[in-house]
Write a protein that binds this ligand. Structure first.
Ligand SMILES: Cc1cc2nc3c(=O)[nH]c(=O)nc-3n(C[C@H](O)[C@H](O)[C@H](O)COP(=O)(O)OP(=O)(O)OC[C@H]3O[C@@H](n4cnc5c(N)ncnc54)[C@H](O)[C@@H]3O)c2cc1C
Length: 342
């Protein structure tokens, strides 16, 4: 069936910040065959692909076509005693797939539990949490090139995955639709439990790290996240608003002289990752308001939209960036993608 184009559609239900921007044109992609219409449509207007809308800020109306990715399907490609290769369509819900895979005894995604959004958006920023990144489990990513209408697959190295980064944010930005992701998942668990918060929750629930199953680890992670991150359905947000900045080791030493409790994690001998939430919290931003946007009361890294528009949220974000720069000499980079500036 052809794409059903609708005119002048509100995007409020399709982004977790619940910003009420409008799309000139809107359609749902439910079948791979509909992709063949895209090159012509893209020649006539800009195209914005949307999954769950949990990592974007709509900074104005979208003058073009918004395509909601609803491609569905999960298929096992092959398996042996140790691992399974599974192909998942881009429109599948990420967390539902994590649950499904663990129920079938496929391991590797447990630390990435409860991240909102779709499977197809996960490679964009190489989603990560609690010591695991998408790149650890991805074998290939299927793409459709919007200019020439061809389908292909990229290997994981071709995707140039980095910290919250990939080729899809650079050379392939706005040039392709991700159609599916091929994962290689283990059948024997190798749980990653390095994070202090995870260990603390295991102890709190009186469980043993040694006998923990991947499904139990998922529940632990869901419990930790539920305490830290507000549910976007109640308090509209996009998760972590800023990336953790990476600074030279020498700068860290200077900062530690003034701020001995600065939370940081070594990247390598020359560079250190600093906890953006700690920097913001230290400057007293928790709970502060700009227009109808607020820094979450419990989590300094999360900005909440209380019925305002993108200017409220972005205005608050810019004030935080300026303050962190002035006090620490560190540049904070926004994590969500800003879309549709008028
Ligand atoms: C409460 C909360 C917690 C979060 N926690 C984490 C976390 O722990 N770790 C983490 O990494 N992220 C986290 N995020 C961010 C977000 O969930 C992820 O980045 C997620 O992968 C975004 O998926 P989405 O489908 O909502 O993408 P969208 O917001 O719809 O899109 C994001 C970008 O990808 C593009 N895109 C989407 N689908 C496709 C496709 N099929 N082909 C081509 N381009 C596409 C869009 O055009 C856009 O540029 C969190 C967000 C929230 C709200």
């Amino acid at each position: 069936m052809n794409l059903q184009l609708q005119r002048n559609v509100s995007l409020k239900p399709f982004n977790t910040l619940q910003i009420d921007a409008r799309a000139d044109w809107f359609a749902e992609l439910t079948d791979l065959e509909q992709c063949t219409q895209l090159p012509d449509l893209c020649r006539q207007q800009p195209l914005l692909i949307l999954g769950g809308g949990s990592n974007i800020i709509l900074a104005g109306n979208v003058h073009g076509l918004v395509l909601l990715n609803r491609l569905r399907g999960i298929a096992v490609l092959d398996e042996d005693d140790d691992s399974v290769r599974v192909q998942v369509a881009a429109g599948e819900n990420w967390d539902a797939f994590v649950q499904h895979s663990l129920e079938l005894g496929w391991c590797g995604l447990e630390n990435l539990s409860a991240i909102p959004g779709t499977v197809g958006a996960a490679p964009m920023q190489n989603i990560g949490a609690y010591g695991v990144e998408l790149k650890d489990v991805v074998e290939r990513v299927g793409v459709f090139y919007l200019a020439d209408g061809t389908f292909t697959e990229l290997s994981a190295p071709d995707c140039a995955f980095g910290y919250r980064d990939s080729i899809f944010k650079h050379a392939l930005k706005d040039r392709c639709l991700i159609t599916h992701v091929v994962f290689r998942l283990r059948k024997r668990p190798a749980l990653k439990l390095e994070y202090g918060e995870i260990r603390a929750e295991i102890a709190k629930q009186r469980m043993s790290a040694e006998s923990l199953t991947p499904l139990q680890l998922r529940q632990i992670i869901i419990a930790v996240r539920a305490r830290k991150l507000p549910d976007p359905r109640q308090l509209p947000n996009v998760g972590s608003f800023f990336k953790n900045p990476v600074i030279p080791a020498a700068q860290l030493q200077t900062l530690l002289a003034t701020w001995p409790n600065l939370v940081h994690y070594p990247v390598d001998g020359a560079q250190t990752k600093v906890a953006a939430g700690w920097l913001i919290d230290q400057l007293g931003w928790k709970g502060r308001v700009h227009g109808k946007a607020q820094v979450h009361e419990q989590q300094a890294l999360v900005l909440v939209n209380m019925g305002g528009d993108s200017e409220d949220v972005l205005g608050l974000a810019r004030q935080i960036q300026a303050d962190v720069w002035e006090r620490f000499g560190i540049e904070l980079e926004m994590e969500p993608l800003i879309i549709g500036l008028a």
